[in-house]
Design a protein around this ligand. Structure first.
Ligand code: B12
Ligand code: SF4
Length: 241
């Protein structure tokens, strides 16, 4: 590896394409927030690339495989993501794989089920992802990317299997809140240009005013998360009004 070369991280929230194009076409706000937060802490060490389109991901991956892959798993892209993960880990076992999103869930039981159905995932981050993701990056640097060493001791906000046993499953207490000051610590991915390539490609913007939900529908992931808000100014700045 070249000295001072940044560590490549590919993040994706995949969409299916049908014969009319993408099944829907919103910017990947979830991984955009992860990268906005991570860039504040480790932007000098990691080079983050965001993807929606699977063909583009595979082309760039084959061109230069990354050191870390990170995927959003929702009910609508779970099979697709699992397939890609299976291929990546069978061909490149040293690439660290991280997952997050509603399919992980936030209870010990759901995280256990997630790992059973996703054996190619090294680490998962239940609930809000920014804090845990950055904790993993820090551990990655300390251990020079050795996956066994990364899993040697627990990582705050992160769950994984060690000898078949779940480590760090205190999701319910720890992870249902963002663990960061969203307003101060998440720079808008719109205002920093992170989404420019998506907007140029006709993806639609989606603006988040708050997280969690004041309603408590029992089936819903969002009803379990603590409410956290962006300020009115933050939202208006993003809307450019
Ligand atoms: C807006 C929204 C929609 C919009 C836009 C969808 C989208 N964004 O892609 C619309 C109206 C289109 C929609 C439709 C549907 N939705 Co919807 N939707 C939501 C809602 C309200 C917000 C999602 C969102 O974008 N949040 C913004 C991002 C920034 O937040 P986030 O997803 O929470 O991301 C954080 C964490 O999940 C985590 N994270 C996410 N990805 C990753 C990746 C990594 C590597 C890491 C470490 C962490 C991480 O970190 C992020 C930042 O903290 C959620 C409920 C909620 N309040 O969360 C439901 C939700 C996502 N929807 C859901 C469902 C079921 C649907 C539908 C299938 C409903 C239906 N039957 O038709 C459809 C399918 C849409 C499709 N893609 O085909 C479920 C998904 C459940 C699941 N297990 O996947 C949710 C969670 C609600 C629920 N019932 O529990 N939806
Ligand atoms: S389904 Fe979830 S996001 Fe929608 S109102 Fe209910 S708790 Fe809120």
């Amino acid at each position: 590896m070249l000295k001072n070369k940044k560590i490549k991280v590919m993040l994706a929230d995949f969409l299916y394409d049908n014969d009319k194009g993408p099944s829907y076409n919103l910017v990947p706000l979830n991984i955009g927030y992860l990268v906005s937060y991570a860039n504040r802490h480790y932007g000098d060490k990691f080079d983050f690339k965001l993807y929606r389109n699977i063909d583009k991901f595979i082309k760039d991956f084959n061109n230069e495989p990354p050191s870390i892959v990170a995927f959003s798993q929702y009910i609508w892209n779970d099979d697709l993501t699992q397939g890609i993960l299976k291929w990546i880990k069978s061909e490149y076992p040293k690439i660290l794989s991280i997952s997050g999103g509603p399919m992980v869930g936030i209870t010990t039981e759901s995280i256990g089920i997630f790992f059973k159905t996703n054996p190619s995932v090294d680490l998962c981050i239940p609930g809000y992802g920014e804090y845990g993701f950055t904790q993993v990056l820090s551990r990655y640097i300390e251990t020079k990317g050795n996956i066994e060493l990364i899993k040697n001791s627990s990582i705050n906000g992160v769950a994984f299997l060690l000898d078949g046993k779940l480590v760090n499953t205190e999701a319910e207490q720890l992870l249902v809140k963002p663990n960061i000051d969203m307003e101060k610590e998440i720079t808008s991915p719109y205002l920093t240009g992170l989404f420019d390539e998506f907007l140029k490609d006709s993806y639609s913007p989606m603006v988040q005013g708050m997280r969690g939900c004041p309603f408590k529908c029992t089936f819903c992931f969002a009803s379990k998360l603590k409410i956290a808000k962006f300020s009115e100014k933050h939202v208006l700045d993003e809307l450019d009004v």
